[in-house]
Design a protein. Structure first.
Lengths: 147, 498
């Protein structure tokens, strides 16, 4: 194959990938279904929405009344700007529940790869609905206690 | 006042150094003494050092000019060092360049040879690297809407201008063939950056497709997603591809089929991209096999395959780059030396990968038959990894080696007396043989150690599994190529390339 033809084919393939990718990344926006706020997974979703928008005042309202977590604990937590959290599993036993999620963070490699971590939220049912107990992600330390 | 006085010893040292250099320089001009290369070395090394400090200082000052309004804290010491770099290096650089200009005007041979080419290439490559990384950082910041752009923009602008100046001056004084090497180094750097950009773009596209509900998105719906589909790869791709076009298409690729061009295309182009393609393809197939047959670490499909888009994109881009460089080689119906080198390079790479696969299989078999692992039994994954390596690399080796051997039968005299074939056989027999002997010594040592310490048994076999695996695989390769060499060793080889 001639030099020119090889260049032309390479340019066409690279341009085609780039155009399709550009259209896809601009046009396709991942939709997130809004879950019922009265369910454990809905509570976790609302908590996570507040956390990822750094509205910690609101986030703390989804925690159980006896929580040791304070606003300062949230201020110290590490959060990436670009994040995707998906629901892995939910199990409910009477007045307690467990919601498992997968958190995808960018791993910073030059190819734009990601790493995924699993986190579990424990919830208890109170008069005002489901509340998150313990030391929930993204905090790792609340009131001097570590996760 | 005391600060100014403290500079006096430094100025005295510089003055003495300048006098010594001038003395050597004058001697060098009057006669072709052996001092000339030494003088040239220091002259060019000093010019490079001053060029770097001056450009760093200038970029820092320009960055302060563009970005200081966003600064929360002003770093006065960096301002001081940038000022010092510019004030000291600027005039000295101008004086040295003027001196070099006069020297070259008197004796044009001073611009030719290793020393000027080496330092000019180094200056051009350093400028290219800083410019490329800064320009990519600027596009990232622009895409992400970062408020502070001043320092990176200034670095990109100043080093971009520096690159142009270096290329212009070097091209005007250094013989074209001498300076050509920097276009190949530049082609390699920009090609790697463009490949990274293209992989990122393609991986993003695959991620978008896979995250749709009809694919992986169905099993684990997103609760939250603050992820903007990244456009970072586009910035890298556009900038690196434009520079690659200049370095490769406009310069390095204009004179084909000489040794430098052939070495670049075969080693970096064909060899490098084939390694990328085979490795990435192996990772992609391995992840798929582990999910369906093996023992995946996570039962969540999206978690298990989170690296799959990048691996698949790397495989595709690796194959594309391999095809491109392969297409540049003139593979005629009549077998040329270029074609021969290409086939032996591909054959060697794929055979080495297959050898690793055979070694891992041997290790996995010994491991499974000798160890009693209580927790974390992933022998099946090891075995799948080895099988994948062989599955990907094996067919490539079989195809190319069969082709080579068919030429060895039909054009026996031409093929068997080729230095390329002889080097290939020596390398595989030699390197394989050395590795096999080292492994054999290790195995025998562990046997003796087991017998002498009365612990010989299953655990000894388990301890020697890696050495045994390598011994088996490299022994097969070395033995096979020795057998071929034994039949051909009496044939004379012409040790030159056409």
């Amino acid at each position: 194959m001639s030099n020119q033809r090889a260049n032309r084919v390479l340019a066409i393939v690279v341009a085609a990938i780039s155009i399709v990718a550009l259209i896809a990344v601009l046009a396709v926006k991942e939709t997130t279904p809004q879950l019922d706020a009265n369910t454990p997974e809905g509570t976790v979703q609302q908590y996570l929405q507040a956390v990822t928008t750094r509205d910690f005042d609101s986030a703390i309202t989804y925690l159980a009344s006896d929580t040791k977590c304070k606003l300062e604990d949230f201020d110290q937590a590490y959060l990436q700007d670009s994040i995707r959290i998906s629901l892995s599993d939910t199990s409910i036993t009477g007045d307690s529940a467990s919601v498992k999620v997968s958190i995808e963070n960018s791993n910073g490699d030059p190819f734009g790869g990601a790493y995924t971590e699993s986190q579990a939220f424990r919830l208890t049912k109170s008069d005002s609905g489901w509340k998150i107990s313990g030391i929930p992600w993204p905090t790792y330390q609340c009131g001097g206690e570590f996760k | 006042m005391s600060a100014i006085l403290s500079f006096i010893p430094l100025l005295v040292v510089i003055a003495i150094a300048v006098l010594v250099v001038r003395k050597i320089s004058n001697k060098g001009l009057s006669s072709n003494s052996t001092a000339q290369p030494v003088r040239l070395f220091f002259q060019y090394a000093l010019t490079l050092g001053l060029f770097i400090t001056f450009t760093v200082g200038l970029a820092g000052l320009f960055g302060r000019l563009l970005g200081s309004s966003k600064d929360v804290v002003t770093d006065q010491s960096s301002l001081a060092s940038n000022l010092a770099f510019v004030v000291v290096s600027g005039p000295l650089l101008a004086w040295l360049l003027n001196w070099l200009k006069k020297s070259i005007a008197r004796n044009p041979s001073e611009a030719a040879g290793f020393i000027p080419t080496f330092f000019a290439t180094l200056a051009a490559i350093i400028s290219l690297l800083v410019f490329l990384s800064s320009a990519i950082a600027v596009t990232y910041n622009l895409i992400d809407g970062a408020p502070s752009l001043g320092y990176t923009s200034a670095r990109a602008i100043v080093w971009g201008i520096a690159l142009l100046v270096v290329l212009r001056i070097s091209n005007s004084v250094i013989p074209k063939d001498d300076f050509r090497i920097q276009y190949f180094v530049g082609s390699l750097i920009t090609a790697i950056a463009a490949i990274v950009g293209l992989i990122k773009v393609f991986a993003n596209l695959l991620s978008v497709i896979l995250s749709q509900p009809m694919f992986l998105g169905a099993q684990s719906p997103a609760l939250i997603s603050t992820r903007d589909n990244s456009l970072d790869g586009f910035g890298t791709l556009v900038i690196a591809a434009a520079l690659w076009f200049y370095y490769w298409n406009k310069n390095a690729n204009t004179k084909t089929n000489d040794k430098m061009w052939l070495t670049y295309v075969l080693v970096a182009g064909v060899g490098g991209s084939l390694v990328l393609a085979l490795t990435s393809l192996t990772v992609t197939i391995y992840q798929t096999l582990v999910w369906f047959v093996g023992d995946p670490a996570s039962q969540v499909v999206a978690e298990h395959f989170d690296g799959a888009p990048a691996a698949a994109a790397s495989a595709f881009v690796g194959l594309l780059v391999w095809w491109y460089h392969k297409s540049l080689l003139t593979l005629n119906s009549q077998r040329s030396e270029t074609q021969r080198i290409y086939e032996y390079v591909v054959s060697a790479i794929s055979l080495m990968a297959s050898t690793v696969g055979i070694a891992i299989i041997s290790v996995a078999i010994i491991e499974a038959s000798t160890s009693s692992i209580i927790v974390g039994d992933d022998a099946i994954n090891t075995l799948l990894g080895a099988l994948t390596v062989i599955l990907v690399s094996g067919p490539v080796w079989v195809r190319f080696w069969n082709r080579i051997q068919s030429f060895a039968k039909t054009s026996e005299q031409e093929e068997l007396t080729s230095p390329v074939r002889r080097i290939y056989l020596f390398l595989l027999f030699g390197v394989g043989g050395i590795v096999a002997i080292v492994s054999l010594i290790t195995v025998v040592f562990q046997i003796f150690n087991g017998i002498l310490s009365s612990t010989f048994g299953n655990s000894t076999l388990n301890e020697m599994r890696f050495a045994l695996g390598i011994l088996i695989s490299t022994g097969i390769v070395a033995g096979y190529h020795w057998e071929i060499y034994r039949h051909e060793k009496d044939l004379g080889v012409f040790w030159f390339l056409d």
